[in-house]
Design a binder for this molecule. Sequence first.
Ligand code: C2O
Ligand code: CU
Ligand code: CU
Length: 491
Amino acid sequence: MSTRRPLRAALTVVAIASFVMAGFATYAAIAYMRALDDTTGELPFDTPLRVPPLHTGRVDADGVRVVDLELRTGTSQLLPGVETPTWGVNGGHLGPTVRARRGETVRMEVTNRLPETTTLHWHGMSLPAVADGGPHAPIRPGATWSPTWVIDQPAASLWYHPHPHGRTTEHVQRGVVGMFIVDDDVADALALPDTYGVDDVPVIVQDVRVDSGGTLDLGSPMFSSLGPLGDQLLVNGTHAPYFDVTTTIVRLRLLNASPGRIHDFGFDDDRSFDLIATDGGLLDAPYVLDRILLSPGERAEIVVAVAPGESTVLRSTPPRLGIGGFEARFSGLHDRFDVLELRAASELAASAPVPERLVEWDAPDPGASVGTHVFALQGRSRINGRRMDMDRIDHVARVGTTEIWEVRNDSGTIHNIHVHEVQFRVLDIDGASPPPELRGPKDTVLLPPRSSARLVLRFGEHADPSTPYMVHCHILRHEDDGMMAQFTVVE
Ligand code: C2O
Ligand code: CU
Ligand code: CU
């Protein structure tokens, strides 16, 4: 007896352990299978693409362009036949496309009619820190915030979204998102498609999960390392949209406004397109690509040619990041989605060909750097070993100077890095010179696990020792969990 009792106990432990492990394995296998989303070939494309209204505001007696933006609650048909409670700007879901010109002074009149405090940030904009709309600029319910600045950067497709610390994911998921187009004379002089809503179209892509009752699921799927991942895509808030193309080429301003999903955009027939602009504006020349990878927050402008009467479908395809196994599966990297059907009319108005040269970018010069600083992303919530602290300034830069930032992903999870106030130049990625889509002005760049990049940043003239700008991972769950740091720019 005395020798058999421990044996029996050991056998019981082994039996329970195998039972638990078998249970877990089954559970993990089911979760693995259910983690795959694929909508390709399944969508009816029966809804015309919603195009956000243009909103240029009014010019007051002092020549200031004043733009009223009211953050509101509402409802929207995100998926056919169901009403979903959403948030929006000047409407129930998403916001208008704000448009202003380089050289203009603008003033945003942002009124918060939402039930909680939020902020509104102008992503990609170079502007004084007090106007940036980061976590230090809360707008309480009922209050109006009126930031003003001079638009002083090249033509670009920027965007706006809330940035309250710890709450950004949810506020973006609920729909407080819009595009902000900056125009300038240089871009106007180029023969590029520029008739808004006709041959120049915003394509704001978000993934959502809506339950059968119509409620937005704001949570993250099991094992997701990127936070919320939706199982349906919306373009400008439209599910399964089509767009009627009436010209031989069409310009799409792609914005990945998903909270955590990486999109590798391409067409179902693998047709190529011209990449003409990245986050901060036009490239030196168009680059012919057949895929464009955008992590959350990134933009790309592409020009696509169509033939009369044909149709082609923009897709989000599995990103080729060299990440396999569970990490890839549970981060949505095996998923495929149809995004938007382009339907060409049987007769198309002839567009001018895409110019062979675009703009001369006055890129930051690494030779002018006054210092190199490391930002190491660790786990899912830390930069250089620390979580975001609203009361700690992590870095101080001087106006008008150039710095090199070595940004490193030390973790096994995908991250990206977004820097407020500047458009940086990617000097290299893992020591290699950047691909075409990373050669232009950028404010956000993807960092696959264990990768690193060197960025060259030139700070502008907006000095403010007391209000910081943010640098953070734009996978919003990571940002909210603390993967964000603060820097000031001083005299
Ligand atoms: Cu798109 Cu710090 O933001
Ligand atoms: Cu930003
Ligand atoms: Cu991250």
